[in-house]
Design a protein around this ligand. Structure first.
Ligand code: DGY
Length: 332
């Protein structure tokens, strides 16, 4: 799909994105915008090289794509100076390779903070109150009357929530959970002093403190070498037998094979997962676990947020091409 065919700067979006504001912004600033409409969900490096072609000023890409040496060198050979991920996370982007080839990288923080935190809170409540299991039971026509034991779950009020990775999203999640009258303990990278850090939370001095004390643990770190398999067999065994673990960050933060074993051995332990170690696949056994609520990486999926992410991604690319300030540039 081509917009403004005679535009001076050739910008590619590897996927159609929600809203029209991002399209209009690029058109108004003299870009020829090419939106890839291939049916394939995940584009390979070869697919993207073909899209880049011989002349390309900037690319808006997705978190499912592998933006490393090969793509940045191809983009640079085509005269490209800008790449933006339509995501806040950029573990799929090699920022050093981008710098080496003179390509500025953008991401889309801010607009997805509350939407993502709302999904983490929803998964916490859904897991605590067994909402998905109960929904499946109703649809299967199994409900034949009220019973004292039917889908008894956990009361959250008065319990302790642990937040691991206390940045923007972790803090927003904590602020939401404080409203349910929970104690909050947080550990990890904290917001800077001028951020909106909840005043009522306790800063834990070790991760163990959170693992041992919390009834609900929500993971919000970035994925890098230090957080890969942060939650492993040993750490799972430290959590309470009836704890609830939520992950809306990145799948590899949890060792998913160890998690499946743990869920199997501890039926009262529950998880709410938005992300998976080998997305889009799940490790064997996970889909069968009744004590898991699983959704397909939708934490940022509100209309307002997705349109905002698309707009920021366009602004990032335009910023570099036209010399305006780049909204968010992890390799600047
Ligand atoms: C992100 O932005 O990093 C999310 O995973 C998708 O919104």
């Amino acid at each position: 799909e081509i917009h403004n065919p005679n535009g001076k700067y050739r910008v590619i979006s590897t996927k159609p994105m929600p809203g029209t504001r991002w399209i209009n912004l690029l058109i108004e600033q003299d870009c020829r915008l090419e939106v890839c409409t291939q049916k394939k969900t995940i584009l390979s490096v070869e697919d993207i090289i073909a899209l880049i072609g011989n002349k390309c000023d900037g690319v808006i890409g997705q978190l499912t794509e592998d933006w490393g040496e090969t793509l940045f060198s191809a983009l640079s050979r085509a005269g490209g100076k800008a790449f933006s991920n339509m995501a806040v996370g950029y573990n799929n982007v090699d920022v050093n390779a981008a710098s080496k080839y003179g390509v500025a990288v953008g991401n889309t923080p801010g607009v997805l903070t509350e939407t993502t935190a709302e999904l983490a809170a929803s998964l916490s409540l859904a897991a605590a109150r067994r909402i998905v299991e109960a929904d499946e039971f109703m649809r299967a026509g199994l409900y034949d009357g009220w019973l004292p034991h039917l889908f008894v779950g956990n009361l959250l009020k008065g319990q302790t929530v642990g937040v691991i990775g206390a940045g923007r999203i972790g803090s927003a999640y904590a602020r939401m959970m404080i409203l349910i009258d929970l104690d909050i303990a947080a550990y990890g990278k904290f917001l800077k002093a001028n951020g909106e850090e909840p005043v009522t939370w306790k800063r834990a001095t070790s991760m163990d403190e959170v693992l041992l004390e919390a009834d609900v643990i929500s993971l919000h770190p970035i994925l890098d070498k230090t957080t890969y398999h942060l939650v492993n067999k040993e750490r799972l065994s430290k959590m309470k037998k009836e704890a609830i673990l939520i992950n809306c960050s990145r799948g590899p933060v949890i060792d998913e094979v160890a998690l499946v074993e743990h869920l199997r051995a501890n039926p009262m332990f529950r998880v709410g997962l938005d992300v998976f170690e080998d997305e889009p696949h799940m490790k064997p056994g996970l889909a069968e676990m009744k004590n898991a609520v699983i959704v397909p990486h939708i934490a940022s999926a509100s209309k307002w947020t997705r349109e905002g992410m698309a707009t920021l991604a366009a602004l990032n690319v335009l910023g570099k091409i036209k010399g305006y300030p780049v909204w968010s540039n992890p390799n600047s």
